[in-house]
Design a protein around this ligand. Structure first.
Ligand SMILES: [Zn+2]
Length: 322
């Protein structure tokens, strides 16, 4: 490395001047730097985690997110969860399934118009070797902005022009029925985003019952998880005696919510139902030792739930390239 190149620039020269002779100055690069996709196989099904971006909850938001907690109870869990001065960071992801007969998205990320640091799912999808035009089905866990705005950024253009959108009947009704508007905890901004996301797909939306398991596509079964929203679901993929579950928002924050699964969530439409869905899902996953993914689990999006004391814990799947 030619040190004169560094010494030519003002800021770089200052950084280099503090280093001992022969040392390499820190990179000046910042911003997105994680490869945007990671792939595993479940039997014959290829499952690709796609990075959409990240979001941040500030300190007041986090405290309000867990109305059953005291600051004293929350403090050690925040510290364990890599608390930073501004709050907590959370990844946002989505999943692409190639079942051999269908190419399927489970959720599809957000958009910078809603959360500035989200909206990279299409870029990650292309980087993984596929095109949005090839996707035939988009399964939605629920119609929150960072899960659904990837469908359409402007409310007119279909980002997945050949896809059918599959969502539970209760979630679709919740976000489209004017009589439900007063029940949305986050208010008009979320309602506008939900309607914008699905607007260009009006004639190609398939609704399934939210209150029982439904095989929505061959090998993919919905599992009811109401509470966060009325029609919130997880999806279970099974092939060749292997299974994986992908959740939407059973936990937004794996460190805190798996340790305290009975803390209600302030933004849930039905907080008690949300607790019941979380405990039931985590218990199932721990008993089955099932590979698990979720829209806000640690990147690159694959792990397992284990029992840990009175609660649960997330164990990240070791990174593999096979
Ligand atoms: Zn979410």
């Amino acid at each position: 490395m030619d040190r004169r190149l560094f010494l030519a620039g003002g800021a770089a020269a200052l950084a280099a001047a503090a280093l001992p002779a022969g040392a390499t100055p820190p990179s000046q690069r910042s911003g997105p730097h994680t490869p945007g996709w990671h792939r595993v196989r479940i039997g014959d099904v290829e499952v690709t985690a796609l990075l959409d971006g990240a979001m941040q909850g500030n300190n007041a938001f986090i405290q309000n997110f867990f109305p059953d907690s005291t600051p004293e109870e929350l403090a050690p869990l925040r510290e364990r969860a890599f608390f930073v001065e501004q709050g907590l960071h959370q990844p946002v992801g989505a999943y692409l399934l190639n079942t051999g007969r269908n190419l399927v998205m489970i959720d599809c990320g957000g958009h910078a118009s809603f959360i500035p640091t989200t909206g990279r799912t299409l870029e990650s999808l292309r980087a993984s070797g596929y095109a949005p035009e090839q996707v035939d089905t988009v399964l939605l866990t629920h119609i929150h902005p960072e899960h659904a705005l990837g469908l359409s950024f402007d409310g007119r253009t279909r980002n997945f022009p050949n896809a059918e959108v599959v969502v539970s009947d209760a979630d679709h009704a919740f976000w489209t029925d004017p009589a439900m508007e007063s029940r949305v905890p986050q208010g008009p901004r979320f309602i506008e985003a939900a309607r914008r996301a699905i607007a260009p797909y009006t004639d190609r939306i398939r609704r399934f019952p939210h209150n029982r398991e439904v095989e929505v596509l061959p090998g993919i079964v919905s599992m009811p998880a109401p509470g966060h929203t009325p029609g919130h679901v997880s999806f279970r993929i099974t092939s060749q005696n292997q299974s994986m579950l992908i959740w939407g928002d059973i936990a937004h924050q794996t460190v805190i919510q798996l340790a305290r699964p009975r803390w209600r969530v302030g933004v849930d439409v039905d907080r008690d139902a949300g607790v019941e869905s979380r405990v039931r899902t985590l218990t199932f996953l721990a008993e089955e030792r099932m590979l698990t993914g979720g829209v806000h689990v640690p990147w690159p999006g694959f792990g397992r739930v284990i029992r840990d004391g009175e609660g649960f814990a997330w164990v990240q799947r070791p990174l593999q390239f096979t």
